[in-house]
Design a protein around this ligand. Sequence first.
Ligand code: UDP
Ligand code: UDP
Length: 296
Amino acid sequence: MAEKLLKEGSEVLVVDNYFTGSKKNLTHLLSNPNLELMRHDVTFPLYVETNQIYNLACPASPVHYQHDPVQTTKTIVHGAINMLGLAKRTGAHILQASTSEVYGDPEVHPQSESYWGRVNPIGVRSCYDEGKRCAETLFFDYKRQHNLDVKVVRIFNTYGPRMSPNDGRVVSNFIVQALLNKNITIYGDGQQTRSFCFVDDLIDAMVKMMNSEQGFAGPVNIGNPSEFTMLQLAEIVLKLSGSKSKISYLPLPADDPKQRQPNIQLAKDKLNWQPKVNLEDGLKETIKYFKKLLAS
Ligand code: UDP
Ligand code: UDP
């Protein structure tokens, strides 16, 4: 995101507490005078000057967001309040990175924005799911109550270069396991589905959403509608990496959604956006990145 905004000529202030992010991902940009880094946690107030805010703060991998679930809810909810307060004071446009998790374990397939979801309010994923739902509420209340120009995108599973090898989500796990010839860990029977979007496509969509017509708040699904089972994903990763890894089956985590696929008609209509990178091409890029990372 920082790379793209700098390329477009914006001045960028990156605010991160580096809980899951890495400063190394920004080293190639540090000499750019239009970039500033600030170590800060969004659960605390932030007084800066800005005209656009992308609120992306929060670990998104189940392993990381369940590590300290109370802090996860605080990051999402207190973080949203502080960023909305900042937007209110500065008059900035503000975009919220929401999530397909607001649909929970959906009984409607594929998921459209009009579907209200099926979320367990008291489970291990709830800190994230309900936190993100509450953040959406806050965004729309600040719009109604304070007339803020808010934008909400619901991000479906995304992957790509610059992920951490310890991220814990499925694409990076499978690739790292394949490259190290370790067992590929499938949770459950591997028949659950996800739809994977390459990171560059997501970034394009978020910037388009930020610059969309005044008053258009969404929420808008952003994702790649090509749907795969986890078993299919494992097989593609094994093929593309030429790995000798075997598949091993581990227990399915609680409340793991069985299926997930975005309906992206609204993004097509309102943002003139659709993903360009298919799974194989995106995986090739990501495998190349992890190969280099593991070699160093
Ligand atoms: N806030 C912030 N930066 C600002 C303005 C506000 O971090 O530039 C925080 C502030 O701590 C406040 C929150 O955002 O608690 C919500 O602000 P708002 O103005 O909506 O609420 P109020 O200050 O009236 O409680
Ligand atoms: N998964 C898996 N093996 C792994 C990591 C995840 O089979 O090593 C499964 C997980 O149970 C889920 C899917 O892959 O059904 C996607 O998981 P991820 O953590 O990437 O994201 P989620 O969409 O569940 O938030």
